[in-house]
Design a protein around this ligand. Structure first.
Ligand code: C2E
Ligand code: CA
Ligand code: CA
Length: 883
């Protein structure tokens, strides 16, 4: 369009310019033709006058000649000035033979003129008419002249000569109107015989000058004007406006030519200016056309490119899984978007809505849904994206939507036209994700939710309870002795049991409660929305009860109890961590208190636990820093007081607390496993002490070492003893071990074997705290124990009749089984004396000595007999009764 428009404008410009020039030229031409005609008329008048003058002269001279009877002397006439402008005109009177009779020129030659055409004309023609000749060279002056002549006649009418007026052409060309001719203008006097008589140009200033006619044209009619252009007319190739007029009563035509060039000359500048304007206008148009074309073609190119890119993009997106939409916001008067309209979408996008692309265009969000709240929520999202420029989420498609995909990834981006929205079907990925989530949140074995589900769930449950103002109960359940079942019956039985246990747990729950397998044999139950603590009590009781029923499994009948710790929100904590910790503490407390029960959390438990933990840490450090030492308490013969053994009792030399008694840390060491390490330390120290005493030359007696049940589980007591004895080169007979009845409980053949092996080394085994446990006589017999250490509770009861009977029974039973008896905790002389009477073998207690450090023990070792001789059984007469 640019080039075409510019060319059209250019043509218009040039058309207007040229037509303006043309109009002006035509106007000039018309005027020029008029001027030429007028001038020619004036010139014709001028010529008529001049010819008339010349004719008057011929007539006058002829008349005078005839009146003077042929005696006229023209020379005189001129002197008296009877002829006008004699400079350019002279008169001759010629006789019938052609000789000059008289003439106005004084000093011209008298020529013979009989051959001149005028002479021949008048001689042969007897009419009295004026003859006008052609320009010829005068024979008397040598100048060009035109002859005007009349016939002279004798009275009888015979030819008598000619009067001839020779007129220089200048008389015809000196026309005042000639000033208008300009340089190339033209005056011409032409005979009707088409013979030029005289002419002049503007440049000749009135003097005769040859007319530039190529040939004399025929000027028809009385008067006329026309443009004679180009070389066919004029030799100087000027174009001229030529006007002509017939000279009145003479056979001549006055011709005036005005040069077109000269006529145009004053206007050429203006016309050039017009054309310059037109030229610059054209130039401007050309530049505009070029620039316009350049830019518009660039625009066209980029539009084309954009179109191409759009197409390519279209191809790419149609192939993909994404629906693309361009929404335009429809706004209310305040500019708030109240609805959105589809400007464009791809086919995939249309298909998501169940339409074709053409059907989608122009649809509004509000038109897709009947549900007003759904529309409002969608508009809210779209408005948000319009405001912030971007919105992205994963969107669960509501069932009312025309979109049938379950999950979409939505991405809304503000664009120039509105909102560019991408929807991607992520239903499959979501399903996969859900499956993964299920796998991640579900315990494979029991199908219960697992720990990772729980850590996400509990905070939300707490939130719900918080906002609802309700309580929450957390039951921490641990199966008792499950490890034993796993270890003894195998993991598959363990798994079976866990599955069954989880079913039982679920059976006692309400739908609003959740059971979780927390790991191993630990379960958690969350009771939501409980009004009172009693609800938790009810559930816990039901769980304990259901676990009291034996498990009937393919592998057999199993009895397993559960210990439960309970924490309550908000009473025992308001966050996940505290609630869990407290439920755990409560559960441990339950375990500590004998298992198979439940217990609510109580801050006291926490303090206890904390103390325990701290002690445990401290114990560990104490072991590293070797803060343990052994005290020794002598065991003496009840009859003589002679030292016959000593018990090694561990003490913790605490840098701040001083001497810490074993009752404060042994149980803890047992529960944490530190007892293994500690037990070994005791063995090492006892052996080392024996070796030291031996090197000091002291009389050695056996040292008994307390070994707890936990140490037997490890199975290497014998090896440890052996290696420590060997290291210090102490004979096994100098070491004894004390075990409580609980060690021998059950049918643990391993422990029985270990005891036998230890005894095999020559090490005596003493039954400690006898009477507090449930050991049967048959067991004691079978295990072939060496010594019974009767618990000091029995010693303390010796003052009563029942105590004495009981002690006597123990004594007789032990002696019957071949075991010696040691009475522990002997504090008084009365007790000693009674024991002597009961024939107790040995005694130990504060009455003899408190446990002492090794250096003090040395004194007693040297002393040998540790009570005065008057207390000897023999001295008191007790010997008889026993022997
Ligand atoms: P146990 O084996 O029954 O040790 C005797 C405890 O009775 C000792 O307490 C001792 O000081 C105390 N005792 C001795 N004579 C009397 C008395 O006349 N009257 C009273 N009231 N008490 C008396 P200790 O030393 O505090 O030890 C307590 C328990 O710690 C021990 O009881 C023993 O079971 C354990 N124990 C001590 N040392 C060790 C050890 O090295 N290894 C292990 N596994 N246990 C140890
Ligand atoms: Ca003991
Ligand atoms: Ca004891």
């Amino acid at each position: 369009m640019w080039p075409i428009t510019c060319v059209a404008l250019g043509l218009l410009l040039w058309g207007a310019t040229l037509s303006k020039v043309n109009i002006e030229q035509q106007f000039l031409e018309k005027n020029a033709l008029k001027d030429a005609a007028l001038l020619s008329a004036a010139y014709a008048q001028h010529l008529a006058n001049a010819i008339d003058q010349a004719d008057q002269i011929t007539k006058l001279v002829k008349h005078q000649w005839e009146q003077s009877n042929r005696a006229l002397r023209l020379e005189d006439s001129f002197q008296i000035g009877s002829f006008p402008d004699s400079r350019h005109l002279f008169v001759n009177l010629i006789d019938a033979n052609g000789g000059t009779i008289t003439r106005s020129l004084r000093n011209g030659r008298r020529d013979y003129i009989a051959d001149r055409d005028y002479f021949i004309f008048h001689k042969t023609n007897n009419e009295n008419v004026l003859f006008v000749g052609q320009p010829v060279t005068s024979r008397s002056t040598g100048k060009t002249v035109i002859h005007f002549s009349r016939r002279l006649e004798k009275p009888d009418g015979a030819f008598d000569g000619v009067v001839v007026v020779s007129v220089e052409p200048i008389l015809f060309s000196s026309f005042h109107g000639g000033k208008q001719l300009g340089q190339a203008g033209l005056l011409a006097m032409i005979g009707k015989d088409r013979i030029l008589r005289t002419s002049t140009t503007g440049g000749a200033a009135g003097k005769p000058a040859p007319a530039p006619f190529v040939s004399i044209p025929a000027f028809l009619g009385e008067q006329g004007a026309k443009l004679m252009a180009g070389t066919p007319w004029f030799t100087d190739s000027h174009a001229r406006f030529v006007g002509w007029s017939a000279v009145d009563s003479h056979p001549f035509i006055a011709v005036v030519g005005l040069s077109k060039d000269e006529l145009y000359a004053p206007h050429l500048q203006t016309w050039e200016t017009y054309k310059t304007y037109a030229f610059f206008g054209s130039l401007f148009l050309i530049i505009s056309a070029l620039v316009g074309t350049f830019f518009s073609s660039r625009l066209a190119l980029s539009t084309h490119r954009a179109e191409k890119i759009r197409e390519e993009y279209g191809i790419a997106t149609e192939g993909g899984n994404d629906g693309f939409y361009l929404w335009r916001a429809l706004r209310d008067r305040n500019g708030t978007p109240i609805d959105f309209e589809i400007l464009d979408c791809n086919e995939r996008g249309a298909r998501l809505y169940g339409f074709t692309r053409a059907q989608m265009l122009g649809r509004k969000i509000s038109g897709f849904y009947d549900d007003a709240s759904l529309v409002e929520s969608l508009l809210k999202t779209h408005r948000h994206a319009m405001e912030t420029g971007f919105y992205e989420d994963e969107y669960r498609v509501p069932p009312e939507s025309p979109i049938k995909e379950e999950w979409l990834h939505r991405r809304l981006v503000r664009s120039n036209l509105g909102l560019a929205v991408t929807l991607r079907d992520i239903s499959e990925a979501k399903a996969h994700e859900r499956e993964l989530l299920r796998l991640a949140n579900e315990d494979e074995l029991t199908g219960l939710p697992n720990r990772s589900w729980f850590v996400n769930f509990l905070p939300t449950a707490i939130e719900r309870a918080k906002s609802g103002g309700t309580k929450l109960g957390i039951l921490f359940i641990d199966l008792d002795n499950f490890k034993d079942i796993n270890n003894t019956l195998g993991h598959s039985v363990g798994d079976e049991l866990l599955r069954e246990a989880s079913l039982r747990l679920q059976s006692v729950l309400r739908p609003s409660d959740s059971a979780v397998r927390f790991g191993g044999d630990e379960f958690i139950i969350v009771l939501e929305d409980i009004a009172k603590e009693t609800k938790a009590t009810t559930v816990a009781t039901r769980i304990i009860d259901t676990f009291n029923q034996p498990f009937e499994l393919p592998s057999g009948r199993h009895v397993i109890s559960a210990s439960i710790g309970i924490s309550l929100f908000p009473r025992d904590g308001e966050d996940v961590e505290t609630l869990m910790k407290n439920a755990d503490i409560a559960m441990y407390a339950t375990k500590g208190a004998g298992k198979g029960h439940f217990r609510f959390f109580d801050p006291q438990l926490y303090i206890h636990m904390k103390h325990r933990l701290e002690t445990e840490q401290a114990l560990l450090r104490a072991l590293e820093l070797d803060q343990f030492a052994l005290f020794y308490q002598p065991r003496v013969s009840a009859a003589t007081g002679q030292l016959c053994g000593m018990e090694a009792l561990v003490r913790w030399l605490h840098p701040e607390r001083g001497l810490v008694p074993p009752l404060e840390f042994i149980t803890l060491a047992e529960n944490t496993g530190l007892i293994l390490k500690l037990g070994e330390v005791v063995m090492a120290k006892a052996c080392a002490q024996l070796a030291a005493w031996r090197s000091q030359g002291l009389p050695l007696v056996p040292v008994s070492i307390n070994v707890s049940a936990k140490q037997f589980n490890q199975g290497n007591i014998k090896q440890l003893l052996e290696s420590h004895l060997a290291r210090h080169e102490v004979p096994p007979t100098l070491v004894e071990i004390e075990i409580t009845e609980s060690v021998m409980m059950g049918e643990h053949t391993e422990i029985i074997d270990q005891l036998a092996a230890i005894r095999g080394l020559g090490i005596k085994v003493l039954v400690d705290d006898f009477g507090t446990g449930y050991s049967s006589l048959s067991q004691l017999q079978r295990l072939d124990m060496d010594v019974l250490k009767v618990d000091r509770a029995f010693t303390a009861e010796l003052g009563t009749k029942e105590g004495e009977i009981l002690f006597r029974a123990i004594m007789s039973m032990a002696h019957a089984l071949g075991m010696a008896v040691v009475a522990e905790g002997v504090e008084t002389v009365e007790q000693l004396q009674m024991l002597q009477q009961l024939s107790c073998d040995e005694i130990q207690g504060y009455f003899i000595s408190r446990p002492l450090p090794a250096v003090e023990m040395q004194v007693l070792m040297r002393k040998q007999f540790l009570f005065p001789s008057e207390l000897h059984a023999a001295a008191l007469g007790h010997l008889d009764s026993t022997s």
